[in-house]
Design a protein around this ligand. Sequence first.
Ligand SMILES: [Zn+2]
Ligand SMILES: [Zn+2]
Length: 165
Amino acid sequence: MDIFLKIYRRFKMGSSYGISCRECYYRKDFRIGIGMIYSPNNLKDIDSEFALLPSLIRSKKTLEQIKTLLKEENAEIADDYGHEIYRCHKCGDFYGRFYLRLEYNGGTYEIEYKCPKCKIRLKLIDHSVSAIDAMQEKVINLEKYPCPKCGNYSLYEDGVEILWD
Ligand SMILES: [Zn+2]
Ligand SMILES: [Zn+2]
């Protein structure tokens, strides 16, 4: 991971992000980034009653996979984890999911999600990182995606708010 992303991460608090359409009533809100308690150590705890990961990842099968890798392969959690926006390339809809990647001797594991409607793999939406003074800001390239409802290229960023939890 390059140095810019590392600096960016330090400033990256959780925030909310809205996607709206100018041509129809499509609107969805997402949570992006991380909360204060999201440290790699907290994430590694899967079994205690305070475990964070089971509240972020609903699939029991995925949780088991992660647990096995942490335990048997001594996997480390890569530090680009966080809430992200995914998109299905079939129905075009957007979904908020928790991004997590593990690194271990001989491989990496990236968490996978499926579109609840189409059952195909969701992809992270395209974004770039821009620098404003010392702050790194994530810019989501919404213009390249058509609205999932009306099909027009008329989506816009509708409210970004920092969440301090
Ligand atoms: Zn879909
Ligand atoms: Zn629309």
